[in-house]
Design a protein around this ligand. Structure first.
Ligand code: ADP
Length: 486
């Protein structure tokens, strides 16, 4: 130990005091020492000298080591205490250690004293450090905006932070003392989900998961919570404890609902006048055709094309809000897949002058599903292919039977998609970022809708792409999704 330590020595025998000083120096300790032999001096030195260690003889004039130790403990100072005395009985040694002494060294074995001093100081230092770490951790746990909850490996609450109490309203003490079941405050409908999530963690099947579910607070209010859970395992891989962080997302859920309602109402409100404009446009076209006013007819036709675009955008918005609210209805029947693809390709070709859309159909393919929605998926993929390949003039549609279904692909020779975005493009509102990408208009919901529709048909959708060379979007759907999983 290179640091100079401060030793407070309770000793009434000057020879012993010198001997002990000699042993400490011999042991290589750098120290500063105060020797006292009365209670008053001892108390004064504790507060003034603030020692790193107290060495105490047992019997002193009108004072003893037990009292000295008691005074030290009462002072709440975290200072090690070593009894340095002549021979003592084993019972006495046990007693003083029980009272909180760190060690005892017999005066006829003083060579052990330097290491006893260093060990005791180090022990206290480590304990202080551990205490500080624990206090810091507890501070963080109690002061994060998230509630912290710990469950044991039987799913019983072990720890429930103050913030968790504020969020869920339940008293932490009552829960811990009653070893409360964490599911008791989960909203009835969400209990199976919460139970499954906890079981997955307890079985060690997953190490981390996230769930949103409703809870009933102590005063009966229903709130939405988001849980981030993880498990701590022992060295044999057995789950020891589940740590959960919880946050109240009721406000966020409420806003989401309001936003969904807003989109739903707005797209409905937009749809009615646009449908009327479209009808008047067609009427005007007919009248102008009769009058052979080709110049005005051309203007009206151009306006009609923009109205069609607007109708399709509103349709996309409506579908999106319906998916969000679980209200997108599917009208299913068997249909000829080739017919559908050809029809959609023809419709798209009519409005696309920049690209030739080539179709490679398969012989015969009947699919059970919603014809219109599958057609929308293809329309979406083709319009993206056109939009994102401004410097090419060709789109290739291919179909093939694969497994017990059909696989459709839409290939373009456009800008491509970076590898790291390939999974994300099917997520709602996701748009690839980048200078060139941001020049293309869009809402980032087309592929999300495609993915929803294909998944609802029991199929899969994915994309392969090379930057600067183009992309191929694939969709596979089973011939009859009702047969799947039977
Ligand atoms: P958007 O309205 O933005 O086109 P989508 O959901 O249809 O929304 O597509 C999501 C994102 O995927 C797009 O913003 C674009 O970055 C990328 N993307 C989609 N199709 C293609 C494609 N054929 N080529 C390159 N990027 C594409």
């Amino acid at each position: 130990m290179n640091l100079k330590i401060k030793v407070l020595h309770l000793e009434d025998n000057p020879t012993d005091a010198d001997l002990i000083e000699y042993e400490l120096s011999k042991g290589g300790l750098q120290f500063e020492k105060q020797v006292v032999d009365s209670r008053e001096e001892y108390e004064e030195m504790l507060s003034k000298f603030i020692p790193d260690i107290v060495l105490s003889d047992h019997s002193l004039p009108a004072f003893n080591s037990f009292r000295a130790l008691e005074i030290l403990k009462d002072s709440k100072m975290d200072i090690p205490f070593i009894l340095v005395t002549a021979t003592v009985s084993e019972e006495f040694a046990v007693d003083i250690m029980k009272q909180g002494a760190d060690d005892y060294v017999l005066k006829d074995r003083l060579q052990r004293l330097p290491s006893a001093v260093m060990n005791s100081i180090e022990k206290h230092r480590l304990e202080r450090e551990k205490k500080a770490v624990n206090e810091r951790l507890a501070f963080h746990l109690e002061n994060t905006p998230l509630g912290f909850i710990e469950l044991d490996n039987c799913g019983i609450v072990k720890y429930w932070s103050k913030r968790a109490e504020e969020i869920l309203g339940w008293n932490r003490k009552a829960l811990i003392e009653n070893r409360g079941d964490n599911l008791s405050q989960v909203y009835e409908e969400d209990k199976p989900l919460a139970k499954k999530i906890i079981e997955q963690l307890l079985s060690g099947e997953v190490e981390r998961n996230k769930v949103q579910c409703r809870h009933i607070t102590a005063n009966g209010k229903v709130i939405w919570c988001e849980w981030f859970n993880s498990v701590l395992k022992d060295e044999f891989g057995k789950v020891r404890t589940i740590m959960s962080l919880v946050q109240d997302i009721t406000e966020q859920k409420h806003m989401e609902k309001q936003k969904d309602n807003f989109f739903s109402v707005a797209s409905h409100e937009l749809k009615t006048p646009v449908t009327t404009i479209k009808a008047y446009g067609q009427l005007a076209e007919n009248l102008l055709e009769k009058k052979e006013d080709n110049e005005t007819l051309d203007v009206i036709k151009r306006m009609g094309a923009q109205v069609n675009r607007l109708t399709s955008l509103i349709g996309t918005l409506l579908d999106f809000t319906k998916i969000q609210n679980g209200q997108l209805l599917y009208d299913e029947a068997f249909f000829d897949f080739n017919d559908l693809v050809q029809e959609t390709v023809n419709d798209m070709q009519k409005t696309s002058y920049s690209h030739e859309i080539k179709n490679n159909p398969i012989s015969d393919a009947f699919v059970f599903g919603d014809r219109n929605k599958i057609s929308q998926v293809l329309t979406n993929l083709i319009s993206n292919a056109i939009k994102y390949s401004p410097d090419s003039d060709e789109i290739i549609i291919s179909t093939r039977t694969y497994g017990n279904g059909v696989e459709l692909s839409v290939r373009d020779f456009g800008i491509g998609i970076p590898e790291e975005d390939l999974q994300n493009v099917f997520k709602q509102f996701y748009r690839v970022s980048g200078e060139s990408q941001s020049t293309f208009p869009g809402m980032g919901i087309g592929l999300y809708i495609c993915s929803e529709v294909i998944t609802r048909h029991g199929g899969k959708i994915w994309v392969e792409s090379i930057m600067g060379k183009g992309s191929i979007f694939y969709a596979w759907i089973p011939a009859d999704h009702r047969q799947e999983g039977l």
